[in-house]
Design a protein around this ligand. Sequence first.
Ligand code: COA
Length: 247
Amino acid sequence: MTDTLVVEESVDRVVVTLSRPDVRNAIDQQMVTELHQVCAELEADPRILLLTGSGGTFAAGADIAQLRERRRDDALRGINSGLFDRIRRLPMPTIALVEGYALGGGAELAYACDFRVGTPTARIGNPEPGLGILAAAGGTWRLVELVGEPVAKEILLAGRVLDADEAHALRLLNEVVEPDDLLAAGHRWADRIAKQAPLAVRLTKSVFHAPREAHPVIDDLAQAVLFETTDKHDRMTAFLERRKEKK
Ligand code: COA
């Protein structure tokens, strides 16, 4: 438990709950600092991250009270964009559990995750231009990668907020479940991930996000590392022996 987060750790995963329910989990500087601490732990000891909100909301964006006072140099520090990029680069997959609003920086935090599971109340959008700013922490590029230009422009330029069905149809939400099943659904995705070889998952995630020019060399290098692991040999041997037993 920190000032703004509830953190529950286990061997292969960490569940982090954004915990400023009185302000709809608005992301303030303290929460950014504490999420960086979580990132540091996950970089040192790679595990799956499940990220959720408290009080029926994922996060209603950056804290507008702080945002109003920020000036040029604050923007140049990339407070949210730097954090969300760090989250995107975490070694193991990340899963956002989106109940209720994921707006502005809250939406961009969810976009930075590898998976998003929502509830029927999920509402996802980027109202930044309505506040006189732009969605500078992934909205203008990561959202486009996720949903394509037409929908991204509806959200970014015309203030469209997607409901759960729309987000699911676009696979911006991988799955929609009832609120009392949300955490369990997140764990089911984490269980699927945890069944894979951890290093293979890590390297697949990094290679997936490598720039086009790095392929296929980076794929071959990562494969070379994996070909040398005992885990690969054991998993393939187990497969071949299971088949032999069946005969
Ligand atoms: N920053 C700071 N405070 C926020 C906030 C934010 N992003 N979002 C909500 N809050 C605060 C409200 O000021 C309010 O505080 P109060 O109780 O002291 O008045 C409290 O959280 C509850 O918000 P409220 O608007 O009453 O809740 P709601 O359930 O009616 O509406 C939202 C929820 C998310 C639709 C609405 O709060 C909202 O539009 N928030 C801002 C979203 C936004 O523009 N985000 C982009 C920021 S870049």
